[in-house]
Design a protein around this ligand. Structure first.
Ligand code: C2E
Ligand code: MG
Ligand code: MG
Ligand code: MG
Length: 288
């Protein structure tokens, strides 16, 4: 490769590159088949109200059980799904699944929570995106106020389009949040323009709030900015009690992270809801 330079500068393809391309094509094929064969599942991670400790939301996170490759994490396949456009059908499936499951939990009598679904920019930019959200809510019977869409700063590339799409979603009653807040390259001015409900502090900040004075300052500032703008703020990646205590002191609204729970299966999430229901029934009995 490098040593060939000069002698044959038109050698674009090398054995290594071929191998990489082949691997990518295999994964792409596996992704398509995975959709057909229903190899994807959704895990849920609790989002907790830091004042009461109650689960008030859950985030839907995709998992892939491949028959040969085993369990794959989003970071292993979401980037390729975005590149190939397969994120559109995959994302559609996650949205339907998360709404259906959340509605099912509500019909089982559990305390209603909001389900947050990650939306890739590519999916958000589909011309039928708003219609798809509307239809999904109608077909699953989920009240729009129990759906949150997590968007990233990258949608700001086309801010006119983004604002009008967000407005339509807001008018429907759906909640909107900015995920991984502070890690993109966007300017703060979009906070003023975008009709959003909450900011999610990226876990790279949360994880260092007690170790790095700059992250401490950043997290405090993000919480203040959010509150000045009347936005809800949730910290992602909370792993320790000390981090939680810091966030409580700084009046962060919600927290999500391994300290409370890893992303868990539908069955495990049902258990969490069931336990929470018992706690609240007992609390009512004792107060009344
Ligand atoms: P995200 O939306 O920022 O999701 C949070 C990620 O942080 C999840 O990783 C979660 O498991 C992890 N996490 C939560 N709490 C902690 C913690 O305390 N410590 C640490 N170290 N990690 C924590 P996951 O499930 O691997 O997902 C990675 C990313 O993949 C997500 O980041 C999201 O951007 C993307 N993703 C996941 N599911 C979907 C989906 O259905 N659609 C799209 N478009 N993207 C998805
Ligand atoms: Mg997210
Ligand atoms: Mg993300
Ligand atoms: Mg995030």
């Amino acid at each position: 490769r490098v040593k060939e330079e000069g002698k044959n500068s038109f050698q674009f393809y090398t054995p290594d590159m071929n191998e990489a391309i082949t691997k990518k094509m295999q994964l792409e094929n596996a992704l398509r088949k995975g959709l057909e064969r229903q190899e994807f599942t959704v895990y849920y991670q609790p989002q907790v109200d830091v004042r009461t400790g109650r689960v008030i939301g859950i985030e839907a996170l995709i998992r892939w059980r491949h028959p040969e490759l085993g369990d794959l994490q989003p970071d292993d396949f979401i980037p390729l799904a975005e590149e190939t456009g397969l994120i559109v059908p995959i994302g559609k499936w996650v949205l339907v699944e998360a709404c259906r499951q959340n509605r099912l939990w509500q019909s089982m009598g559990f305390q209603p929570v909001r389900v947050a679904v990650n939306i890739s920019s590519r999916q958000f930019q589909q011309s039928h995106f708003v219609e798809h959200v509307r239809r999904t809510l109608e077909e699953t019977g989920l009240d729009p106020k129990y759906l949150e869409l997590e968007l990233t700063e990258s949608i700001i590339q086309d801010s006119k389009y983004a604002i009008s799409t967000m407005r339509k979603l807001k008018d429907m009653g759906v909640h909107l949040s900015i995920d991984d807040f502070g890690t993109g390259y966007s300017s703060l001015s979009y906070l003023k323009l975008f009709p959003i409900d909450s900011l999610k502090i990226d876990k790279s900040f949360t994880q260092n709030i007690l170790a790095d004075a700059k992250d401490t300052a950043l997290v405090q500032t993000i919480i203040k900015i959010a509150h000045y703008l009347d936005l809800n703020v949730i910290a992602e990646g909370v792993e320790t009690r000390e981090q939680l205590q810091f966030l409580q002191q700084k009046l962060c609204d919600e927290a999500q992270g391994f300290f409370f729970s890893r992303p868990i299966s539908v069955e495990e999430m049902s258990t969490v809801f069931r336990e929470q229901l018992w706690v609240s029934i007992n609390a009512e009995k004792h107060s009344g």
